[in-house]
Write a protein that binds this ligand. Structure first.
Ligand code: PLP
Length: 382
C-alpha cells in the first residue's frame, strides 16, 4: 500500500472507530464552532441574487481586492489585486498548483517533519522528491533546527514548503527562526511556498509572514484560506499572494485544475475579510480557552501535553500510560477511554524520533472537549 492510501486509512479508520464506539472524536481537525452570521447571510444573498456562474479564473475581483487590503492592513505587505493575488479552491488547491507549477521530476521540495498530509501528496503529483527536516523536540514544544535545514538544501532544491503556524505541531516560527530561514533562502536563492491558514489562530505571540522579512517578498508565495479563520472548512475558498511572475505560474496550472469555483462564497468572504480583526479576536479567545482546557485535562490524565501555540491541535506524550506506539495507542483509546486521537506518526515522512506522540484536536465545542477530558481522567484512574 502506498503511503498516501495508508495515511487516508488512519483518518478513515479512526472516524469509523469513533462512530462505532460512540467515542468523542478529537482526531480530525473539523471545527464545529459557529461562523459569523453576516458571512452566512452574505452567501445566501449572493446565491439568491443570481451570483451562481463562474467567477473570473483569478477570482472574484472583490475578493482579490479584499485579500490585498488584508495583507496590507495586517502585515504591511503590498500586492496588486490584478496580478499578485489568485483565489483558489481552498489552500489545498493553492498548494497543489504551486508544487505542480514550480517543481517537476528531479526536483526537491524541502519541508518540515511532521507535515500536513497534502505536502507529500503534492510532491508525488509533481514528481518531485519531498525532503523532510524534523522539527526538534525542545522541552515542551518544537523548535526549528536551522542548521539541519541548511544542510538539507541541494542544487536540486526548488522550493521550501513552509507551514507556520504549523499543523500538526502547533508551532509558530519565532523571529530568530524566521530570520534564519529567510537568510538561507536568500543565500541559496530558494523560492518559498508558505502555508499560513492558521494566521489568525495564534494564541501565544503573533503571526509574522515570512514574506515580510528582507528580500523575501519577491521569492515567496503566501497561502491562506477562509476555512480555519471563519469555521467554514466546507467552502474551500483559499488564496495565494506573491510576486506576479510566481502567481502567474500558479494560475496557469490552477486554470486546468478547477478553473474557478465558489462565486457566492467568494463574494461573501470579500465582504467579511475587512472585518476579520474583531471576529478573529473572539475566535482566538474561544480556541485559547479550549486549548487550555484540553492541555490541562491531558496533563491531569498523565498524558504530558506539548505546548500548542496556534492552530487546532495538542500533541500528547503517551508514555505516562506505559505506551510507546502512538498508532496502537490510538487504535485502543476508543475502547479504553471513549476518545479518538490520531498518532502524530501519521504526519511523519522519515524516521519518527517520537512515535509516542498523539494528536488531539481542540477545535470542537466546549461540551465534547469537557466530556473527552473527563473520560481521559476516568480511564487514567482505572
Ligand atoms: C486545513 C489545512 C489546509 C487546507 O485548507 P483548505 O482551505 O480547506 O483547502 C491546508 N494546510 C493546512 C496546514 C491545514 O491545516
Amino acid at each position: 500500500m502506498s503511503r498516501a492510501s495508508s495515511e487516508t486509512s488512519i483518518f478513515t479508520e479512526m472516524t469509523e472507530l469513533a462512530r462505532r464506539t460512540g467515542a468523542v472524536n478529537l482526531g480530525q481537525g473539523v471545527p464545529d464552532l459557529d461562523s459569523p452570521p453576516a458571512l452566512l447571510a452574505g452567501v445566501s444573498a449572493a446565491v439568491l441574487a443570481g451570483r451562481n456562474q463562474y467567477p473570473p479564473a483569478a477570482g472574484h475581483p472583490a475578493l482579490r481586492a479584499a485579500v490585498a487590503a488584508h495583507q496590507r492592513a495586517h502585515y504591511g505587505l503590498d500586492f496588486a489585486p490584478e496580478a499578485e493575488v489568485l483565489v483558489t479552491t481552498g489552500a489545498t488547491e493553492a498548494l497543489a498548483a504551486a508544487c505542480l507549477a514550480l517543481t517537476g521530476p528531479g526536483d526537491e521540495i524541502l519541508t518540515l517533519d511532521p507535515a500536513y498530509d497534502a505536502y507529500p501528496a503534492d510532491a508525488r503529483l509533481s514528481g518531485a522528491r519531498l525532503v523532510s527536516v524534523p522539527l526538534t523536540l525542545d522541552g515542551d514544544g518544537f523548535a526549528l533546527d536551522a542548521d539541519a535545514l541548511a544542510a538539507a538544501v541541494t542544487p536540486r532544491t526548488r522550493l521550501l514548503l513552509l507551514n507556520s503556524p504549523h499543523n500538526p505541531a502547533g508551532k509558530v516560527l519565532d523571529d530568530a527562526e524566521l530570520a534564519a530561514v529567510a537568510e538561507l533562502c536568500r543565500e541559496r536563492d530558494l523560492t518559498v511556498v508558505t502555508d499560513e491558514v492558521y494566521e489568525h489562530l495564534v494564541y501565544d505571540g503573533r503571526h509574522r509572514p515570512i514574506a515580510t522579512l528582507p528580500g523575501m517578498r519577491e521569492r515567496t508565495l503566501t497561502i491562506s484560506s477562509a476555512g480555519k479563520t471563519f469555521n467554514v472548512t466546507g467552502w474551500k475558498v483559499g488564496w495565494i499572494t506573491g510576486p506576479a511572475r510566481l502567481v502567474a505560474a500558479v494560475a496557469s496550472v490552477k486554470q486546468w485544475l478547477t478553473y474557478a469555483s465558489g462565486t457566492p462564497y467568494q463574494e461573501a468572504i470579500a465582504l467579511m475579510l475587512g472585518e476579520v480583526g474583531p471576529w478573529a479576536a473572539g475566535l482566538r479567545a474561544t480556541l485559547r480557552a479550549h486549548r487550555d482546557l484540553l492541555t490541562a485535562g491531558l496533563a491531569e490524565a498523565g498524558l504530558r501535553p506539548l505546548r500548542a501555540e496556534a492552530g487546532y491541535f495538542v500533541q500528547a506524550d503517551i508514555r505516562g500510560w506505559g505506551a510507546a506506539d502512538g498508532l496502537r495507542f490510538c487504535r485502543e483509546l476508543p475502547e479504553r477511554a471513549g476518545v479518538v486521537a490520531i498518532p502524530t506518526s501519521a504526519f511523519r515522512q522519515g524516521e519518527d524520533p517520537a512515535p509516542w506522540l498523539v494528536r488531539f484536536s481542540f477545535c470542537r465545542r466546549a461540551e465534547p472537549l469537557r466530556e473527552a477530558v473527563e473520560r481521559l481522567a476516568k480511564a487514567a484512574s482505572q
